[in-house]
Design a protein around this ligand. Structure first.
Ligand code: OAD
Length: 264
């Protein structure tokens, strides 16, 4: 049964019929294995801009000038200024109801694996463990000389670009994936392990345009592993046509409602 709050609130915006929404709630209630693919939209309600939305970064800035190894080679200060700004935004932000709901669903025999394209740490700060960061972390840096990778959580950074505090000789870069670069092998192995473990009951794709083929592929694989595939996004995306249920709304509102009263 949908509760009154949900009917008065975001549920009205869902494109799925009441039966479908109830099916999603029931899938979540019964699910032992849940896979969650998140993108920038899951952090939007925490005040972190998305990339391709109306106020998104890529509407104002050219990704080729901020998120490529070539841009970093040409203008490391400019690239770092953008990352430093985003580090400060993220440091000041709080996890929202979506991050908290996902963290709350895990446990008591239910596994919730999160694969995020986000470089922020809001899933972890909400309490989710073992999040797979397929595009790296904004809090890690990698030395362009000695290759050392380590955490640096200072925000703002005292100098741009920062110098490696291991070798002391070379600038470090953010340990994130830029356009034209490969996904990190260790994280890809962790994704593979998720699928190697067999049946998945429920898969949610939340707040992503799913522009990258691997996101669409993982959503498809989850479906082939038996999952009910649900998209949570106020707008339609390239994945909308293949999902079992679209929940058209903001992640915090939709997920907060989906799990209500569903704790196993
Ligand atoms: P995008 O900015 O492309 O897409 C954000 C999605 O979130 C859109 O589909 C929005 O409709 C949706 N959205 C906005 N607000 C939302 C909310 N409150 N709740 C739920 N959904 C909401 O971001 P990503 O798909 O994550 O990579 O982008 C993928 C990658 O492209 C990023 O990791 C970044 C970017 O270039 C690199 O920089 C390598």
């Amino acid at each position: 049964m949908l509760d009154v709050d949900l009917l008065a609130g975001p549920m009205r915006d869902m494109t799925g019929s009441g039966d479908e929404v109830e099916a999603a709630r029931s899938a979540l209630r019964d699910a032992r294995r849940v896979l969650v693919l998140t993108g920038a939209g899951v952090s939007a309600e925490s005040g972190i801009p998305t990339f391709r939305g109306e106020d998104g970064w890529w509407k104002r800035r050219d990704p080729m000038e901020l998120a490529t190894p070539e841009a970093f080679g040409r203008e490391p200060d400019e690239v770092w200024a953008w990352y430093d700004y985003r580090r400060r935004l993220i440091a000041d932000a709080e996890p929202n109801a979506a991050h908290r709901a996902l963290a709350g669903w895990a446990g008591d025999g239910r596994e919730v694996r999160i694969i995020t394209q986000n470089v922020d740490d809001l899933h972890e700060r909400a309490g989710s463990d073992d999040v797979i960061h397929i595009h790296g972390s904004i809090w890690r840096v990698r030395c362009t000389g000695c290759g050392a990778v380590y955490e640096d959580r200072r925000a703002p950074l005292p100098e741009l670009p920062p110098t490696c505090d291991r070798c002391g000789d070379h600038p470090v870069r953010p340990d994130v994936v830029w356009f034209g670069e490969s996904l990190p092998a260790a994280e890809l192995r962790r994704v593979q392990a998720v699928f190697d473990r067999g049946a998945i009951d429920l898969a949610l794709v939340i707040g992503t345009e799913a522009v990258f083929g691997y996101i669409r592929q993982w959503a498809e694989l989850a479906r082939r592993a038996g999952a009910m595939l649900v998209e949570v996004n106020p707008s339609r995306t390239g994945l909308s046509g293949i999902v079992d249920l679209r929940m058209a709304g903001k992640a915090g509102e939709v997920l907060g409602g989906l799990g209500d009263g569903d704790a196993p």
